[in-house]
Design a protein around this ligand. Structure first.
Ligand code: TXA
Ligand code: MG
Length: 319
């Protein structure tokens, strides 16, 4: 059986334009992409992941101008965010234009859009324009509820047989740099609301917009990553304080390198800083299952900036 993994953008282009799926590298995590204007292909994205159809998808586009054919009535402050952080790990949720299918938005009248920064995916998006494909839906390319993939091999580990059977493709762009999913910002209220924390932080958003990020919106839209249990390995994740890490055989450790790890624990991640913690966290969570560990003790980083996103994901993984 031939591997679906390729570094050839032409193969990715062919997959998308013939209605197949293509896992794409981004700076955050790998996405499982399909032509956002092809209803059968979009339906297959849900099927492949076992994802409930009311969980809306993010549309990935080439640039801000293209984004505005999917999103309408963006307030000036949201345009400023896009100009500052695109291409990059930021997703904007706003009113959808008429051509956006309700299949993509899970029946909602808003749509989530982002411009990914990975050069291979940028190249793919640019080439797709010539085939009249201007948007790719792409959820993280993992089984629903599982840890997001940060390498092509992770995608294969979760979805390999399904992708082979259906002649789908994985575009290999190496390891994802950020390692955590994009920051999702709701733009339909007077102030920005962070629906999912990520590498673009609350203070980044406040600095650029000059507005206070609103903590909790009424009628906050559904975000699948906001289910209480998500991003979870098979192993049980338990959060502990730095001075209370048990010396337990058969268990793993994830935390900052400042923590002294007891001798019996398998070190899955000893992070030198928050960037290191974020970019290696999902790999570490997958590793504990590979090693057959049933328990992982995790020490959280101090809450500020990127650490907010790490804490969010680990807290859900521990649920
Ligand atoms: O970094 C990322 O955002 C990655 C890469 C592949 O781009 N994608 C990603 O997709 O994390 P996914 O599907 O795993 O998570 C997208 C989140 C979901 O939790 C979904 O509920 C939320 O975006 N979302 C999508 N459309 C929305 C909308 N109209 N309103 C509120 N949330 C929305
Ligand atoms: Mg996901």
């Amino acid at each position: 059986m031939t591997s679906p993994i390729t570094t050839d953008v032409t193969k990715a282009l062919e997959a998308i334009t013939t209605g197949h799926l293509c896992a794409i590298p981004t700076e955050t995590v790998y996405g499982l992409a399909a032509d956002a204007d092809n209803p059968q292909a979009v339906a297959r994205v849900f099927e492949s992941k076992n994802r409930p159809t009311d969980h809306p998808l993010i549309v990935h586009v080439k640039d801000l101008q293209t984004a505005q054919t999917w999103l309408k009535d963006l307030p000036d402050w949201a345009v400023k965010l896009a100009e500052e952080f695109w291409p990059g790990p930021l997703t904007l949720v706003g009113k959808k234009t008429d051509h956006v299918s309700l299949l993509v938005t899970g029946g909602q009248d808003t749509v989530a859009v982002r411009v990914p920064a990975h050069p291979l995916t940028q190249e793919l998006l640019t080439k797709l324009t010539k085939h009249n494909v201007t948007g790719l839906v792409a959820p993280s390319a993992n089984r629903f509820g599982h840890v997001s993939p940060t390498t092509a091999q992770h995608v294969f580990d979760d979805l390999g047989p399904y992708l082979i059977t259906n002649k789908d493709v994985i575009l290999d762009g190496g390891k994802c740099q950020v390692g955590l999913e994009s920051t999702i910002v709701l733009t339909t209220l007077s102030n920005p609301v962070v629906l999912r924390p990520g590498a673009i932080t609350q203070s980044d958003i406040e600095k650029v917009t000059g507005l206070k990020v609103q903590a909790n919106a009424q009628n906050k839209p559904r975000v699948s990553g906001s289910l209480d249990s998500h991003y979870a390995p098979k192993a049980q994740v338990e959060l502990v304080s730095p001075d209370q890490v048990p010396n337990e055989k058969g268990a793993g450790f994830i935390g900052p390198s400042s923590v002294t790890v007891p001798a019996n624990l398998t070190i899955l991640l000893s992070a030198i800083d928050d960037e290191d913690y974020a970019s290696n966290l999902y790999q570490a969570l997958r590793k504990c299952d590979e090693l057959g560990l049933t328990k992982v003790y995790a020490v959280l980083p101090n809450d500020s900036g990127l650490a907010t996103a790490i804490i969010d994901r680990l807290t859900r993984a521990a649920n």
